[in-house]
Design a protein around this ligand. Structure first.
Ligand SMILES: Cc1cc2nc3c(=O)[nH]c(=O)nc-3n(C[C@H](O)[C@H](O)[C@H](O)COP(=O)(O)OP(=O)(O)OC[C@H]3O[C@@H](n4cnc5c(N)ncnc54)[C@H](O)[C@@H]3O)c2cc1C
Length: 418
């Protein structure tokens, strides 16, 4: 079978690997100069300290078994640090409490009064019995409210857990996606809630590693090559080229996918992620990562420590803000001042030596109520053509795991039909 995969994000890479591993002739077409899609290292700039900044810190959970398998397949299974979920959370006055999985950890979470912690522990057990598929018509905050959870519990506990997974606040998130995340991440088999943190620049351990694995498996990779249409038996390119194909995987974002397939775009809204990489003249954060309560700087990562490349002096932090569209309009200098100011207000004064901003307006789809019905499955109306992408109907939020699962599922459909 001659297979063409359009899109070199994790979905396309996973599909291409499965097709090539099954012995088929695979061509992967990617519009950008690098593979990896949303999982990228920024192009190098003079004056950047090592390691090169990524487009945004990525985290996975132990439950992300397909992501782990993908990294092993591309030879980078050792490029992740695995640690039990124990998140330092810094409140408005700089006090730290550790948030973790399990009733004992929860009961020690001092940013909520004890009776609220007990209520959260009770509700976690009740939520575990609900079927996510029956709850896509309400926000997670509405569901929590119906189970007696206070606004304080939602802001000071649930938003910390849910925001990185769903990239929207509980007040916006589909209860179905939140329930899925709780079941899979918090209440799954042992190790499911473990945090998986990349130890290398994202581009090296995902796109570059996958390029090597695909080349060894015999696939052809065409970078800087954009597809304009997919028709039965061929993929058409912007340069007028045409690639004959017995099978095609379309693994690109929703609007682009609809354009290639001649469909109406699904009305999925985007949710942004904004990151600031900040080199301070002294050490501020005593943990590898921390969440800031009640701040637009949701997460702070010690990038130097996590990647084993600490600066000679000071500390290299990455600050991430998830699902705040207003920050897309904030000018670069103002954004740095805002996020650096949030960090120093909580963690202590310091001078900023270097900074770099990354904005991803469409980092994920906004997983709001009603979203699940808008996510198509892998089948398309075009014979021999299947669809993939983190945004397709995987049951998972828009994550690396969802992308890889969708790519493998798309490849499986083609292989079963071959
Ligand atoms: C800043 C940021 C932080 C994130 N944090 C996390 C996290 O912590 N944990 C997590 O699990 N997920 C996270 N995500 C989400 C995750 O990265 C994505 O859900 C996933 O990588 C999407 O993969 P994909 O293959 O579906 O799509 P994409 O990565 O978008 O890949 C699609 C590819 O198709 C290419 N393309 C588009 N049109 C064409 C065309 N016409 N022809 C050829 N090529 C085309 C694009 O250039 C792109 O490379 C984050 C995303 C961002 C941006």
């Amino acid at each position: 079978m001659r297979a063409v995969v359009v899109g070199g994000g994790l979905a396309g890479l996973a599909a291409a690997l499965d097709l090539a591993d099954a012995g088929h002739a695979v061509t992967l077409v990617e519009a950008r100069p690098t593979l990896g899609g949303a999982v990228q290292t920024l192009p190098e700039r003079d004056g950047d300290p090592p390691p090169p900044p990524d487009n945004g810190q990525h985290i996975a959970l132990g439950a992300c078994t397909e992501y782990l398998r993908f990294l092993r397949r591309v030879g980078r299974g050792d490029a992740l640090a695995r640690r039990p979920l124990a998140l330092p959370v810094v409140d408005e006055s700089g006090r730290v409490a550790i948030l973790g999985a399990g009733a004992l950890r929860l009961l020690r979470y001092r940013h909520l009064p004890l009776r609220e912690r007990l209520a959260v522990a009770r509700v976690v057990r009740r939520l575990a019995t609900l079927d996510p598929a029956e709850h896509d018509d309400a926000t997670f905050a509405e569901l929590l409210g119906a189970h007696g959870q206070s606004d304080a519990a939602i802001h000071r506990f649930w938003d910390i857990f849910m925001r990185p997974a769903l990239n929207v606040r509980c007040a916006e998130a589909s209860a179905a996606l939140a329930l899925f995340t709780i079941r899979t991440g918090l209440l799954g088999p042992r190790g499911s809630s473990d945090l998986l943190l990349p130890l290398e620049p994202l581009g090296a351990m995902h796109g570059d590693a996958a390029a090597r694995a695909l080349t060894i498996a015999g696939a052809e990779i065409r970078l800087r090559t954009r597809a304009t249409a997919v028709e039965p038996g061929a993929v058409l390119l912007t340069d007028g080229g045409r690639i004959e194909a017995d099978a095609v995987v379309v693994a690109v974002p929703p609007d682009e996918s609809a354009g290639l397939l001649g469909e109406d775009p699904p009305p999925l809204a985007d949710s942004p992620i904004v990151s600031a990489h900040l080199l301070f003249d002294r050490t501020l954060l005593g943990f590898p990562l921390a969440a800031l309560l009640g701040s637009p700087a949701h997460w702070v990562f010690d990038r130097g420590r996590l990647t084993g490349t600490r600066p000679a002096t000071g500390q290299y932090l990455t600050v991430v803000s998830s699902g705040v569209p207003e920050l897309l309009e904030t000018r670069g200098n103002d954004l740095v001042a805002l996020l650096a100011g949030e960090v120093t207000a909580r963690l202590g004064p310091a001078d900023l030596l270097w900074s770099r901003v990354s904005r991803e307006p469409a980092a994920t789809f906004a997983g709001r109520p009603g979203t699940e019905a808008l996510r198509p499955g892998p089948e398309t109306g075009v014979p021999g053509v299947v669809r993939a992408g983190a945004w397709t109907r995987t049951g998972w939020p828009a994550t690396m795991e969802g992308a890889i699962r969708s790519g493998r599922r798309a490849a499986r459909l083609l292989l079963d039909g071959a």
